[in-house]
Each structure stands twice: as structure tokens, then as C-alpha cells.
Ligand binder design. Structure first.
Ligand code: PGA
Length: 253
């Protein structure tokens, strides 16, 4: 069985109580399906972390946060430090295109977050991806490789890292990137990571994100360099999220 990672990003959806219900539904569906060899991670809003961790306790499903601030503690009103998140979560999404676009996060800031997450023992899920304009310009691979290398620039090694390629034009649009485009991009990114950190980086999970559903997941994970997916919209339904995990696991078995 090749390793498979499926991550749900709930974004700013659910409340602490509805998050608990959704997590419990996903837990129950995956328990029935017996998908034990797949790494499954749910990333609820920070305010729902405790209720979701409680619902997932003992299930084998891990929890992640959607964001952190790269400082241990201090006068940063409204922010969550990696150390705070680490008590309830093992993973953190960093550099999502919504944070880059809506909150002005630069590559440099993303790199600080990745380093702060690693130092605190959180596994960073580093998101990278190009806009439609950049894809049309023909420079997508160079642009995304640069984003990746900036994101990891403060790390000494790639241990614990997860890379998620999420083309901006495919997020929430219903139009996912083709398996071929994604395969090419992820092979390029894996190569860039190995050049930076050496052979140990070859085993870093490389995921695809952007309009993944229970149908298109099959052809995506058939590609040699696509190790799983980061799922937004379809992770808000226990039925579709569990179907994605199940269909992907069947292909990778
Ligand atoms: P989507 O979002 O699955 O709704 O396209 C993916 C993401 O933003 O992580």
C-alpha cells in the first residue's frame, strides 16, 4: 500500500457544536469503512478544536489548525500561537491562498510560520499554487517552486513537512486541475525539495487541493507523485468526505 494523506479544511464553517457533530459523523463513517492505513486530518476553525478533538479521540483521525501566528506568546490580539495549537492539534495549514490574498501574507511571513510550526512540533501543511494569469503566462512551475522554497527557507530539514499544491483557479470553482498538470507540478516540487534538503525529502507527502470530489480523486491519486488531497468544500459533508477517503484508499491499496 502506498501512503495516502487526506486532509479536510473546513475554513470558516461550522460552530463548536456543529463541528463536533460533523467530526463524529466522519469518524463513524470511516470506522465502518475501516480506512486505517490512510492518514486523515480534519482542520476545523480554531474555536472548535477542543470539541472536534473530543469527538475524534481514539479514532485515529488527526486534528489540524488552519492558521497560527509565528510567535510563542505576547501582545498579538486575536492570534493563536503554535504552542497553543499544539495542545490540541498535530498539523497546521500554512500559506493557504486565501490567507495570502485576503490577509496579505507574503512568502517571507509564510516561511516564518512554517519554521515556528516546526519548532513547536506542529507538522506544517505548506500550501502553494499559481493564479490563472501566472498559469497562462507559462511560468507556473517556476512561480510555485519559488513559493515552496521560500516557505521552507528557514527549515534545516523537511521532517514532518507536507506540501499541498492548490492552484488558485481550482479552489472552490468546481474546476479541478487535471491529474496530468498536477502530476507534472508535484514532480517538479518534489525535485525542488530534494535539491534543497537531500534524498530524505523525497518521502514528503505531496497533496493536491482544488475542487476535489469523490469522483476526481481516483484519477488524481493514480498519479505517482500525488500522495493525497487537501479538501475544502467536500470536507463539509461527512458523506462526501468519507467517500473521497474510501475511493482514494481503494486506488492506493
Ligand atoms: P475546495 O478548497 O476543495 O473547496 O476547492 C480546497 C482548499 O481551499 O483547500
Amino acid at each position: 500500500m502506498s501512503s495516502l494523506t487526506i486532509i479536510g479544511n473546513w475554513k470558516m464553517n461550522t460552530t463548536p457544536s456543529t463541528a463536533r457533530i460533523l467530526a463524529a459523523e466522519i469518524r463513524d463513517r470511516l470506522r465502518t469503512d475501516g480506512e486505517t492505513d490512510t492518514l486523515v486530518v480534519l482542520c476545523p476553525p480554531a474555536i472548535a478544536l477542543e470539541s472536534v478533538s473530543g469527538a475524534l479521540n481514539g479514532s485515529g483521525i488527526a486534528v489540524g489548525v488552519q492558521n497560527i501566528y509565528p510567535s510563542t506568546s505576547g501582545a498579538f490580539t486575536g492570534e493563536v500561537s503554535p504552542q497553543m495549537a499544539r495542545e490540541l492539534a498535530e498539523f497546521v495549514i500554512v500559506g493557504h491562498s486565501e490567507r495570502r490574498e485576503l490577509f496579505g501574507e507574503s512568502d517571507e511571513f509564510v516561511g516564518r510560520k512554517v519554521a515556528a510550526a516546526s519548532e513547536a512540533g506542529l507538522r506544517p501543511i505548506l500550501c502553494v499554487g499559481e493564479s490563472l494569469d501566472i498559469r497562462r503566462s507559462g511560468h507556473a512551475e517556476r512561480f510555485v517552486s519559488d513559493q515552496l522554497l521560500e516557505g521552507v527557507s528557514r527549515l534545516d530539514n523537511a521532517s514532518g513537512l507536507i506540501v499541498a499544491y492548490e492552484p488558485v483557479w481550482a479552489i472552490g470553482t468546481g474546476e479541478s486541475a487535471t491529474p496530468e498538470i498536477t502530476q507534472m507540478m508535484l514532480a517538479t516540487l518534489r525535485h525542488a525539495l530534494v535539491s534543497r534538503f537531500g534524498e530524505q525529502a523525497a518521502s514528503v507527502p505531496h497533496l493536491y487541493g482544488g475542487s476535489v470530489n469523490a469522483d476526481n480523486i481516483r484519477d488524481l491519486v493514480r498519479q505517482p507523485d500525488i500522495d493525497g488531497a487537501l479538501i475544502g468544500g467536500a470536507s463539509l459533508s461527512a458523506e462526501s468526505f468519507a467517500a473521497i477517503v474510501k475511493n482514494a484508499a481503494e486506488i492506493c491499496a
